[in-house]
Ligand binder design. Structure first.
Ligand code: IFM
Length: 739
């Protein structure tokens, strides 16, 4: 892999094993996620791609714990190309000078190679950030020899199947299911019906233009039973260049009520590819202005971090709050586009501080699914409150394949934590009044039902939970869960008080609507003050859960000799309960999220105890380790963990990027840099910067959005420079303790 600041480039052709890097080269705009697949022929069924549209799913076949299961759906291939040169279809042999590039500045993925020493080919594509329903594709065929007879079809092809859900198994990926039940093939447009419960209709249309040496050239309309488009039969002399420029648009009946009309309108409009591309670049420029991080270093870290941020922005819905970002975004079918706590705890902070409107939309998704969460709580026999499903579909329905989701209740705390985080940084009180307060009250009610008072020891206990450490699937008093729950309860009390005093009308309406009564608050305070957490006084050590210390030691090196998870090296899942083994950051993460509740001594004790017992069998583990290690001044150890985050997918360190890249980790990379190395925190209008940069970095420059102000920060070995770009800044900045 080559890194050039704004670009990452791979020149490995990897014939037969090509899909392993497809997810890595995904471009998107929150509506589309488009893997880096090859659009030209020669890829057989798995060459379909995937192109995913947020919230567009087909009928599922795996067993979900509740509800109907569904699969993220690979839509019609709007980039399909059939190409032959002198009657020979181009294929994976006779390829030279191959490279594929992700240009993150303009959000373009391109590939180039020479085929059979006769033509130089370049394919590039982008998902339009200015109008998210659109994509652009450009194909350049340059003749390297005389009289090359080119036959090129630029198509929309409905002959697609999903990739396979279990595609983290050894390559090549096996083709999955065809989710299209009906196809209407028109002239440069298709209408497909999916097999989901809504029988979603998906409309795709395209406009194609062709040029030889810059001069427009006509094509012939083409259609068969599955595909439609334009065909160009052309003879190229040496050095002649055929350029195809295409803009395609997709609308769906699930989210766009006028989908059919919108598609027809697109076909009627004159579309200028270059203008569409320029508008998209202009949108990306705005995003980068707010989000870019520059690291001065002689390593590749600057580009690698940018890659993490780029993919986060590609996955974030800008067009709706009816969907959120899945654990693997729209880059693969693992977890089927479902949303976990990954969004609130790991991804959201980046958006809170770079694009608060996007952060608000992501939280609004939780508000939009609050009713389903209430229903889920009742199904689970909880008489009050809301339980958000652990692995949730776009409709707010549980998709976890086992009952494990039921126990992963820290999600409620994570959502409430995220609301507080967002409101603190954005100052968006309107969100708190109109949506946040209701979610917080329902979550507080959930904790009230979930905590049990013991007359034996006088404490409240939250029993039978799965904390972030999923290798201890059912424990009592997980410290992460209990601490976070207590904070939620206190915040819910504060917000209810604020609402009653500052917004009495809204308070009254809400209280009536959800039957809320002040007397509930008393109990919340009592629970928050008396929730039990195991603690070793002598060692200043917080217990992940009280019986953790009594379990058997586990020899990680022996049982996890490779990067593969422990389970894949033959240790049965049920055996793991016996051991002091932590799948992913748990207490370590807690110390990062609530740093003011723990002393430096406790942070150090937690890191030193749990780090050697953590197997990092989840991509959510490295970032909290980098973050906490940097805060306790183990800077080089922190840097080693940071490297695992920043390059996790680029180097396919989890050996499963093929089934989708890891979005929690992308957010984790940002957090370990901003909150960890730069030591940035923002609370109650005060921005603190207390950095400790790794040896290999000379400086870091970044912008943060706090309470509507744009703050520019430069951290270097020599010191810190930070200022607000607003004239009447209300933010107090403390650099290493100095105002
Ligand atoms: O949410 C995570 C979980 O913490 C670990 N397993 C994968 C999930 C999705 O990323």
């Amino acid at each position: 892999m080559k890194y050039t600041g704004w670009k990452i480039i791979s020149d490995e052709f990897e014939n037969g094993n090509r899909q392993s890097k497809d997810a890595l080269f995904t471009v998107g705009n929150g509506y589309f996620g488009i893997r880096g697949f090859f659009e030209e022929n020669g890829e057989a069924a798995v060459g379909n791609g995937g192109i995913y549209v947020a919230g567009i799913v087909g009928k599922g076949f795996h067993k979900s714990y509740t509800g109907k299961s569904r699969e993220l759906c690979n839509i019609a291939n709007i980039f399909r190309v059939r190409l032959s040169v002198n009657g020979n279809g181009i294929n994976g042999t006779e390829v030279s000078d191959f490279s594929r590039t992700l240009d993150m500045k303009n959000a373009v993925y391109s590939r180039r190679y020479i085929w059979n020493n006769s033509v130089a080919l370049e394919f590039s594509r982008f998902a339009d950030m200015a109008d998210v329903h659109r994509v652009g594709q450009k194909i350049v065929v340059k003749s390297l020899t005389d009289n090359n007879k080119i036959d090129l079809y630029a198509l929309i092809d409905t002959d697609v199947v999903n990739l396979n859900k279990v595609s983290c198994e050894p390559l090549p990926i096996q083709p999955g299911r065809d989710h299209i039940t009906e196809r209407k093939i028109g002239a440069n447009s298709v209408e497909t019906v999916l097999d989901d419960e809504d029988c979603t209709r998906l409309y795709a249309a395209q406009k194609v233009m062709a040029f030889i040496n810059g001069k427009p050239v006509g094509g012939v309309a083409y259609a068969d039973s599955r595909a439609t488009g334009m065909r160009y039969g052309i003879v190229l002399a040496r050095d002649d260049e055929l350029v195809i420029k295409k803009v395609a648009a997709v609308y769906t009946s699930k989210y766009e009520p006028d989908a059919k009309e919108e598609t027809a309108a697109f076909l009627r409009t004159d579309i200028d590819y270059d203008a569409v591309f320029n508008d998209s670049c202009a949108e990306w420029e705005k995003r980068w202005n707010a989000a870019n991080v520059e690291i001065k270093t002689d390593t590749d870290d600057d580009t690698a971090v940018r890659y993490n941020l780029f993919e986060l922005m590609c996955a974030c819905p800008v067009h709706t709050d009816k969907v959120s970002i899945g654990a693997r975004g729209l880059t693969g079918e693992m977890y089927e586009g479902c949303v976990f706590w990954d969004t609130e705890i790991f991804q959201l902070p980046f958006f809170i501080y770079s694009d608060p409107a996007a952060a608000r939309r992501l939280l609004t998704f939780r508000y939009n699914t609050l009713e389903q969460a209430r229903r889920y709580a009742r199904e689970l026999r909880m008489e009050a409150g809301a339980q958000y499903p652990w692995q949730v579909s776009e409709k707010g329905i549980e998709q976890t394949e086992s009952s494990a989701g039921f126990f992963s209740v820290h999600l409620m705390a994570d959502i409430a934590y995220a609301i507080k985080n967002y409101v603190n940084a954005s100052g968006d009180d309107e969100f708190l009044v109109s949506m946040g307060a209701e979610m917080l009250i329902e979550i507080a009610r959930f904790w009230e039902k979930r905590s049990i008072h013991s007359d034996f020891d006088g404490y409240y206990h939250i029993m039978t939970v799965r904390g972030p450490n999923e290798y201890s699937p059912i424990v009592d008093d997980n410290a992460f869960t209990n601490y976070m729950a207590a904070q939620n309860l206190l915040y819910a009390v504060a917000v209810a008080d604020m609402l009653e005093s500052d917004h009495p009308q809204e308070y009254k309406k809400l209280a009536e609507r959800i039957g809320f009564c002040r007397s509930e608050i008393k109990k919340w305070k009592d629970i928050a003050d008396n929730l039990y957490v195991g603690y070793d006084e002598k060692k200043h050590l917080v217990a992940e859960y009280p019986t953790y210390f009594n379990r058997y030691p586990f020899d990680i090196k022996k049982y996890k000799p490779t990067a593969k998870r422990i389970l894949e090296s033959g240790t049965p899942y049920d055996f793991l309960y016996f051991y002091q083994i932590t799948k992913q950051a748990d207490t370590v993460l807690l110390m990062c999220l609530l740093p003011d509740l723990f002393s430096d001594e406790e942070k150090k004790a937690a890191y030193e105890y749990y780090e050697p017992r953590t197997v990092h069998d989840s991509s959510l583990s490295y970032a909290p380790h980098a973050w906490l290690a940097s805060r306790i001044l183990k800077t080089e150890e922190a840097y080693a963990y940071f490297k695992q985050c920043a390059y996790l997918d680029i180097n396919d360190m989890k050996l499963n990027a093929v089934s989708g890249i890891h979005f929690a980790n992308f957010g984790g990379t940002w957090m370990s840099l901003v909150f960890g190395f730069c030591g940035i925190s923002f609370e109650n209008g005060v921005l603190k910067i207390d950095p400790k940069l790794p040896e290999k970095w000379e400086s870091v420059k970044l912008n943060l959005t706090c309470r509507g102000e744009n703050i520019h920060i430069e951290v270097s070995k020599k010191g810190v420079k930070a200022f607000s770009l607003s004239k009447d800044s209300k933010i107090k900045i403390l650099c290493e303790g100095n105002e």
